[in-house]
Every structure is written in structure tokens, then in C-alpha cells.
Design a protein around this ligand. Sequence first.
Ligand code: FES
Length: 200
Amino acid sequence: MSFHPLMEYGAGHHQSARVLPEEGPAFQFTAANLAKLEEICTRYPAERRKSAIIAALYLAQGQQGYITLSAMRAVAAAIRCSTAEVEDIVYFYTMFYTRPMGKHIVMVCRTLSCALAGAERVTETLSKELGLRPGETDANREFSLLEVECLGACDRAPVVGVNDDWHECQQPEAAKALIDGLRAAGAGSLTGCHLKVAGE
Ligand code: FES
């Protein structure tokens, strides 16, 4: 069922942004990232070093922009676990990208609270503004548009994320302004915001 009568729901609109990872260029953590990872590992008991796999993947993704097979092997070597264990995590969590993404990754939550509050209209507006369908990245790698599951701010639906920046209670006009701001001032236009609700 679609909450938006005009959307071609199920016709590829919700396509996954994920593809099987490529081998990619030989990946090595920078010395700084390796040191950071070692520091993170000290927060866990030695026999629980695998608890730092997600942190290691974030470091690899921050360094390279996305996760390749080569990066997964580097994570496994740094954590001292099997590559299969790293793969399991990459394939499970949608925040790990397996192909190059845009500088600004625009994510619209499509889970129930946001869907009921009009997320599909927001997605439709963003799609039109960016000329992208969910799952796509533009040729200049400026923007990627994704539909994602719950972003954890359901009481302020619909929620749009841009990289690490959350924008809540988004309606189509606000979503358009968000893109205008990014085009005009880049990441400087982002506020790291959580919408201030009157009385809070
Ligand atoms: S349902 Fe959208 S943030 Fe939870």
C-alpha cells in the first residue's frame, strides 16, 4: 500500500543502494586511523576485540568513502578476525556503503511513523530536486539519495538525514530548502540540527 497516490511504489523506487562490493584498490588504514582503532580496541576486553568491528568499518569508510573487499580484509586483519565476520556486518548494516557515494548522502526514513507523516512526499520532492531515484548517486558524486529504515526520531517524523546531520519534522518545502542550502553553501549549511520544539 502506498500512502502517496502518485508514487510508483514497488517499481524500483525503493531499490537498495547496496551492491556486492568490488575488490577495489589495495586498502591500508592510515597510521592515524590505525592508532585510533587501537585506542578503540582498548575499550573492550582483549578477548572481545571483535566488538570494534563496526568502529573499524566506520574508519575504513571515512577513509575511502565506501567499503571494498580489500577494506574488509584490512579490517579483519586489524581486528584479528575472519573476513567472513566482517562481511556479515557489512551486509547487515545499511549504513555501510559498498559502492562510491555522493559527498552528501541524503536519507529519508521510510519506516511507519515517517511513512504516516508523509515521508513519501518528502522523498518525491527530493527525488525531483536532485534528479535522482532512491539508491542513485549523481554523476559528479555530489548527492546520493537513499530511503532508509528508522532513524530513531520517530516522534518527529518525517526525518531526513544528511550524512551525520538529522532534520526532523520535514515536509516537502523544508526538504527542498535543505537541498538549496547544500547547493549554495555545502555542508556549512547543515546545522547538526534537532528541530527545537516549542516549550522544550
Ligand atoms: S520511523 Fe522514521 S525515525 Fe523512526
